[in-house]
Write a protein that binds this ligand. Sequence first.
Ligand SMILES: [Zn+2]
Length: 313
Amino acid sequence: MSFSQRVKEETAKIIPEARHCALAELAAVFTTSGFFYPEEGRTMIGIRTENVLVAKASFSLIKKLFGTSSRVSVKDRNQIHRGHLYTITLADAAGAGKMIRALKLEDAVKRMDMSVTSADRNLLQSECCRKAFLRGVFLSAGSLSDPEKIYHLELVAENAEFAREICDVMATFGLNAKTVERKGRSVVYLKEGNQIVDFLGLIQANVSLLNFENTRVMKDVRNNVNRSVNCETANLGKTVTAGLKELRDIEKIDRLFGLEALPGPLREAAYARLQYPDVSLKELGERFDPPVGKSGVNHRMRRIHEIAEEEKL
Ligand SMILES: [Zn+2]
């Protein structure tokens, strides 16, 4: 099961105790997946989704909020789109009326506006309700990549207005989400590990939060190990490169007048470098007799370099 699906499994089971929170969550699901339809002259309301978890959660929320039972129908999708399509509709017009009023959709119904582009802000006044709203959005429109690979949480809004609402709600919790347009939809996303952890906490996905954190810690440990290995490799690389330049100088002098022509201390340094081509200056100095400090060796190498430079090939 994908990481995303596990978060949904976990959060779909949460049915808020408070009515206001349950409404906010249902409003989020409805804005993503809801629809109106006429039946015997009345406006009916429903939710249509491919995700069985969204279907289950909607069913439970509706039952809790309106006491009326709802009908769930399952259809196979076509050959191109595999899987099922779940449709949840209220059993009767009275239930539908209650839901329309509770979600403050009367205006949309009057306007015959079939596209509800955001949840009513009055439903999102309390902090508890805003958390429930985000859970509903994630459940019906969200996905979270495997943290092993990348930190990326996204919520796909059908329109820019809903995306703005989601961003606004997230901002009240200090999350600064970004939005990008993709195939005519507005995708709200978080890319920072810390912010994703906060988001999982807000929607009460506590098990997923721990799993996410564990992966993050393991990744950090691995990165740190890699980083220190890289550092060592880089330092080693530097030593080797410096050593190579010195060797080139020494060979040039040897070719031109022989190393014996060098003054004693420089000759000693040249022979030492030939013998130990890939050690640092400090280590090279330790091999002198008597040992010489790093700056002493450095000075001798600089002199050797100057001599080599003076002599044009
Ligand atoms: Zn609430």
